[in-house]
Design a protein around this ligand. Structure first.
Ligand code: PRX
Length: 571
C-alpha cells in the first residue's frame, strides 16, 4: 500500500492532532459571540468581528479578473456589507425572505451575499451559467423576493412569470432604476454603513439555500442554518489548516456549496485573507494567481488538477509556486496519479476531502499531520461518526462495500429540503443514519475509499448534474420523442454527459440535429448540462410503468451485461 507521510519538518503539528480525542462540537460554540449573547450572525462573525478585534486593516479579500484588481480590508467589507444589509432592508426584505444572487464572481457578489445574510435573509446563490428555465424554476420554488444580478444576465430572469419576485437589483453599468429594477451602486450609495441593520438570529435560523440535483425530479433546495458555522469554522481550521498569515484560495464558485462553505464562511470565520479569481479556468491564469498573490493554501477539484496536469509542461517554468504549503481537493474521486503529479510538481501532497451539498461541510478528510493514502478520501473529522452500512442499517466490517452513511446530528447538516419533506426524509430512511447515496468501504486503519454513486446523479467536471432535468428539457425539443441521460466515464472530467435519444418519426438523424439539440440545452438549461455525446436510438429501454432504464443505457455504453430485465416492457 502506497502511503505518503506528512512532511514533519515543514509545519508544526496542528491543534487538530492534539484535540482530536477530547473534541466536542459544543466547545466550538464558545468561539463565537453566541456564547455571551445567545444570538449570532455568521456574516458578523466572518467580517465585523475581525474588524472589531483589531484586524480592521488586514486584507480580507484579494480579487482579480481580466479587468479588475482589487483589495478589501475587513474594515472595507464591514462597511460595505453593512450598506448592503441596509439596502436590502430599504427594499423591503425581511428576516427569512429569500434573496438570490445570480452573477459572475466579483467583489459585489460577496458583498451582496454577506449583506443579505447580515440582515437575516436566506441567500440563494445561482451559478452564472444557468439559463432562463433553470433560473425560473429555482426562483419559483424558493419564492424568492429579490434577486441581485447583472444587466448581461437579467434577460434570464423571467420576472413576469414570478409573482413573488418583487425586485431586481442590477450590478454594473446601465443599471436602470424603474421598478422592479434597481441599481446596486445607487442603492448602496443611499444606504448608511453603520451596523444597525444587523439581524441577530438564532443558530437554527435560515442561512442559505443551495439548489442541487438528484436523479429524479426537479432540483432540490438544500436548506442550511447559521449553526453550520460551527463546522465551517472548525473544519477550515483543522483540515484547511488555516493560520493567521495564510493567503487562501478556493477555486469554487459560490453557486456551488464549496464556494460558500469554504469560499466564504470557513476562511473568513478564521479571519484569513481570501483570494477570489474571476473569469474562466486557464492554466496560465491559475498559476499566475498563485504566484501573484503568494497563495499558501489552495482548495480545488480533481477536474481542475487534471486539466493543469494536461497543460504543456513548460508552463510551470513561468511561475513561482513556492508560496504553496497546503493543497486540497473535493467533489469527485481524486485519482492516485493526480496525487503523484501534485507531489512531483508542487512537492506537496494533495489532500482529498469528502462531503456533499446536503452535509454542508467536510465530513471525511485527509489531514496535514497524518499519512495520506492516495485514492482514499481519508478519515472522519473528529465528532463525526461515518460508517459503511447495509440496507438494514447494520455497520459492516472493514473492507466490505456498502452505503456510506453518517450518524445524524452534525452541525452543518441540512435542516430541510425546501418545500419537499418527502425528499428530505429519503435521506434518513434508515433510522439514525444519513445515507449519502455513495458506495464506499473502510480499510483496517479507518480510511474510507469511494467506490461510486448508487443513484444516477452525474458528477461531471466536479459539478453535480441530475439526469432528469436534462431529459425533461430534451423532450421539449420538437425532434425528441424520448431521452435517457447517463454519465460516461471520462479521463479529464470524471464523467461526461451522454444522451440517448429516440426521435419523433418525422425527423431524421444527422450531425446537424445533434448540434442543434446540444445548443438547445445550452441556451435553455446551462452549458455544463449539455450532453457532450448524443446517440440516436429507435426506442429506449423502459420499465412497464414507462420509466427510462438508465441502468440499461449504462450497460449498453459500457458493454456490460444489463442485469435483471424483468421490469422492462419489451425485454
Ligand atoms: O458522489 C460524491 C461526490 O460528490 C457528491 C456530492 O456532490 P455535491 O453535493 O455537488 O458536493 C460536491 C462538493 C462538496 C458526493 O455524493 N464527491 C464529493 N467529494 C468526493 C466525491 N466523490 C469522491 N471523492 C470525494 N472526495
Amino acid at each position: 500500500m502506497e502511503v505518503l507521510q506528512p512532511k514533519q519538518e515543514t509545519y508544526q503539528l496542528n491543534d487538530y492532532e492534539k484535540a482530536r480525542e477530547s473534541f466536542q462540537w459544543d466547545d466550538v460554540k464558545k468561539e463565537f459571540s453566541w456564547y455571551k449573547s445567545g444570538k449570532i450572525n455568521v456574516a458578523y462573525e466572518c467580517i465585523d468581528r475581525h474588524a472589531d478585534e483589531g484586524k480592521g486593516n488586514k486584507t480580507a479579500l484579494l480579487y482579480s479578473d481580466a479587468s479588475r484588481n482589487e483589495s478589501y480590508t475587513f474594515n472595507d467589507l464591514k462597511k460595505r456589507t453593512n450598506q448592503a444589509a441596509h439596502m436590502f432592508r430599504r427594499l423591503n426584505v425581511n428576516k427569512g425572505d429569500r434573496v438570490f444572487i445570480f452573477m459572475p464572481r466579483s467583489p459585489e457578489l460577496y458583498i451582496a451575499l454577506l449583506g443579505a445574510v447580515k440582515m437575516g435573509a436566506v441567500v440563494g446563490p445561482l451559478f452564472e451559467a444557468f439559463m432562463k428555465e433553470a433560473v425560473r424554476s429555482r426562483l419559483e420554488d424558493s419564492e424568492a423576493k429579490v434577486i441581485v444580478t447583472t444587466p448581461e444576465l437579467v434577460s434570464r430572469v423571467p420576472h413576469e412569470e414570478l409573482p413573488h419576485l418583487e425586485k431586481i437589483i442590477l450590478v454594473g453599468e446601465h443599471a436602470a432604476t424603474n421598478d422592479p429594477f434597481y441599481s446596486f451602486s445607487e442603492e448602496m450609495k443611499a444606504s448608511p454603513n453603520d451596523d444597525s441593520a444587523i439581524e441577530w438570529v438564532n443558530l437554527e435560523d435560515g442561512l442559505i439555500l443551495h439548489y442541487t440535483s438528484g436523479s429524479t425530479g426537479k432540483p432540490k433546495g438544500v436548506y442550511h442554518v447559521h449553526n453550520a458555522m460551527l463546522q465551517h469554522y472548525q473544519t477550515a481550521k483543522w483540515v484547511l489548516d488555516l493560520r493567521e498569515d495564510d493567503i487562501y484560495w478556493c477555486t469554487a464558485d459560490p453557486g456551488w456549496v464549496t464556494g460558500t462553505s469554504y469560499g466564504i464562511f470557513g476562511p473568513w470565520l478564521n479571519g484569513v485573507t481570501n483570494v477570489v479569481r474571476g473569469g474562466r479556468f486557464s492554466p496560465d491564469d491559475w498559476y499566475n494567481t498563485i504566484d501573484t498573490f503568494n497563495v499558501t493554501v489552495w482548495y480545488s477539484a480533481p477536474t481542475a488538477f487534471r486539466m493543469l496536469m494536461a497543460a504543456p509542461k513548460d508552463i510551470l517554468e513561468k511561475y513561482d509556486l513556492n508560496s504553496l504549503r497546503h493543497i486540497l481537493s473535493v467533489g469527485e474521486p481524486l485519482n492516485p496519479e493526480v496525487v503523484r503529479w501534485g507531489w512531483d510538481v508542487f512537492k506537496h501532497r494533495i489532500h482529498d476531502t469528502w462531503w456533499m451539498t446536503e452535509t454542508g461541510g467536510m465530513l471525511i478528510c485527509n489531514y496535514l499531520s497524518e499519512p495520506v493514502k492516495p485514492g482514499s478520501m481519508g478519515k472522519p473529522f473528529p465528532g463525526i461518526h461515518a460508517a459503511i452500512i447495509d440496507n438494514e442499517g447494520n455497520e459492516l466490517p472493514p473492507n466490505e462495500m456498502g452505503h456510506l452513511a453518517i450518524q445524524t446530528g452534525w452541525p452543518a447538516q441540512m435542516r430541510k429540503i425546501w418545500k419537499n419533506d418527502e425528499k428530505f426524509q429519503e435521506y434518513f430512511s434508515i433510522p439514525g443514519w444519513y445515507v449519502s447515496g455513495d458506495t464506499a468501504f473502510r480499510d483496517d486503519e479507518g480510511y474510507f475509499w469511494f467506490q461510486g454513486r448508487n443513484d444516477d446523479v452525474i458528477m461531471t467536471a466536479g459539478e453535480r448534474v441530475g439526469p432528469f432535468e436534462i431529459e425533461s428539457k430534451l423532450v421539449e425539443h420538437p425532434a425528441v420523442a424520448e431521452a435517457g441521460v447517463i454519465g460516461k466515464p471520462d479521463e479529464m472530467r470524471g464523467h461526461i454527459i451522454k444522451a440517448f435519444i429516440a426521435l419523433r418519426p418525422e425527423y431524421k438523424t444527422s450531425d446537424e440535429l445533434k448540434s442543434e439539440i446540444q445548443k438547445f440545452i445550452k441556451t435553455e438549461l446551462a452549458a455544463h448540462a449539455v450532453p457532450k455525446e448524443i446517440e440516436f436510438k429507435d426506442k429506449l429501454p423502459k420499465t412497464r410503468s414507462g420509466k427510462i432504464m438508465r441502468r440499461v443505457l449504462k450497460a449498453w455504453e459500457m458493454n456490460e451485461p444489463a442485469g435483471d430485465l424483468s421490469t422492462m416492457d419489451d425485454a
